[in-house]
Design a protein around this ligand. Structure first.
Ligand code: G6P
Length: 475
């Protein structure tokens, strides 16, 4: 197999398998990480190791747009135990402050170890001598160490897209030491927030008593020496220019007007856009909105809430249950408050192309991001980027990583329903001048810190690590 100087390892490949009349083909997937790395992958001799998105699909490595895609096969058993089980029913809830109860099952862990090894082996085979390998996210926390053992010549990065919890929670994990050791196999360990990097460093100190200083973690080696791993915040962002271009398009602006029209031209449109996930605070948001209708502080016809909840991880029980709860709530609220011409909540359990999402952002006067815990929340940044006229209000949970940067949003604690209700009313009534002041400040942040900067900062840090490694080898 040909090898590459730069290898990305992620649970998913950057393409989706689509079945059309002419048979199956691959299409670039719409995800944020894919967009983030598109430019980089074009410039380098790159490979991407990942799961092709369907159970038991067995495909040979192939070229896609100049990148070598290396599929890792997952059986339906692997999906049940490694993906739905350990990744999304153990790590995901534990790392999101146990909003749902994590389940600790030994068969899931065993599968996680096996599948992580498979990814590590595939990456080791795809990487050229002295290459840089960048591992992504919580599904693959053991890969950095496995890879270092297989290929000590590589420079290894890892980026953690979700929160890293406080030690009081993390310490529940029966395999807490193995996971920390897995991550410490990387030379650069990136997190969304400074607090996440801090929680990680604290876990390392508690478990291993290693010294941590600024962002450096000193890891003792068997030969009596040591190496330094960097654990640092690199807040991820969006392709702001890409969103601006879409927001400028007359057809998308026309579509925004059409959306308003089709909702009966309410005075204000509130919008929520989330994967249907219990971390996103969708129920809390609906409770607040339902009470505002109940209290008569907002009227159907004046205000409509559009909630896009895209289907996600539907075979995991906590997700199926959440869907039932949300759909019950929407049904109740709409049943009580809808009129023949207007709806209280327009609920859409669907995914949409980016163009339609931008039209929705343009149509929305108030964007509600009420996550109970979120690594970053790119939707908040996407909304801000598309508001070319500096109007619109972002209501943003303090528990989303984006809150660290987006200080000019209307900040809320989603657990405080009364506080959230007041914030929503304040956002609905906010004078244009205040909207402008806040939105300009928000847009400045998002446009300055776009995803190109995120990739550059990460790759620069990896390059520094690689240079240090080369110097060490030479001495
Ligand atoms: C989050 C995670 C990603 C994941 C995405 C979609 O953003 O950080 O790693 O890919 O959710 O979830 P899914 O389970 O469908 O890949």
């Amino acid at each position: 197999m040909t090898t590459a100087d730069f290898v990305v390892v992620a649970n998913r490949l950057p393409v989706d398998r689509v079945t059309g009349p002419g048979g199956d083909s691959w299409r670039r997937s719409p995800g944020g990480l894919v967009t983030a790395l598109e430019q980089v992958m074009k410039k380098v001799d790159g490979a991407w190791v990942g799961w092709p998105g369907r159970a038991d699909l067995d495909v040979e490595p192939f070229d896609f747009d100049g990148t070598l895609l290396v599929p890792v096969k997952l059986s339906s058993d692997d999906l049940e135990n490694y993906y739905e089980g350990f990744s999304n029913d153990t790590i995901w809830p534990l790392y999101h402050d146990v909003i749902a109860a994590p389940r600790y099952r030994r068969v899931w862990w065993d599968s996680y170890v096996r599948v992580n090894r498979r990814f590590a082996e595939a990456a080791a085979a795809a990487a050229a001598d002295g290459a840089t390998v960048w591992v992504q996210d919580y599904q693959l926390q053991l890969v950095p160490r496995m890879l270092r053992e297989l290929r000590p010549d590589l420079t290894i990065g890892y980026f953690h897209h979700i929160p890293f919890p406080a030690y009081g929670l993390y310490s529940q994990l029966p395999w807490r030491r193995q996971v920390i050791d897995g991550l410490l196999g990387a030379d650069v360990i990136g997190f969304q927030r400074v607090a996440d990097a801090g929680n990680f460093a604290r876990a390392v100190r508690r478990i291993h008593h290693y010294t941590t200083k600024a962002s450096g973690i000193t890891i003792p080696l068997q030969d009596g020496g040591h190496r330094i791993a960097l654990a640092k915040a690199f807040p991820i962002s969006i392709d702001a220019d890409g969103y601006i271009e879409l927001a400028e398009r007359p057809d998308i602006q026309a579509r925004a007007a059409e959306i308003r029209e089709s909702l009966g031209n309410p005075k204000k449109i509130l919008l929520g856009v989330d994967r249907l996930d219990y971390t996103k605070g969708i129920r809390h948001r609906m409770k607040a909105f339902g009470e505002l209708l109940e209290d008569g502080r907002v009227e159907v016809g004046d205000v409509t809430l559009v909630q896009v909840a895209s289907p996600s991880r539907e075979r995991v029980q906590a997700y199926a249950q959440l869907r039932d709860e949300i759909e019950l709530t929407v049904g109740r609220i709409n049943g009580q408050f809808d009129t023949m011409t207007n709806t209280a909540i327009r609920y859409l359990h669907q995914s949409y192309p980016r163009e339609e999402m931008v039209a929705l952002f343009l149509a929305a006067d108030v964007m509600l991001v009420t996550a109970l815990r979120d690594g970053m929340n790119l939707v908040a940044k996407e909304y801000v980027a598309t508001r070319l006229d500096n109007r619109g209000v972002l209501v943003l949970s303090e528990f989303a990583g984006a809150a660290d940067e987006l200080a000019s949003a209307v900040r809320i604690n989603p657990h405080d329903i009364d506080g959230m209700k007041d914030a929503i009313v304040r956002a609905i009534d906010m004078p244009a001048a205040e909207q402008g002041r806040r939105m300009r400040a928000l847009r400045r942040k998002v446009l300055e810190n776009d995803v190109a900067r995120w990739t550059r900062d990460n790759l620069d840090a990896l390059d520094v690590a690689r240079q240090a490694k080369l110097r060490e080898q030479a001495s």
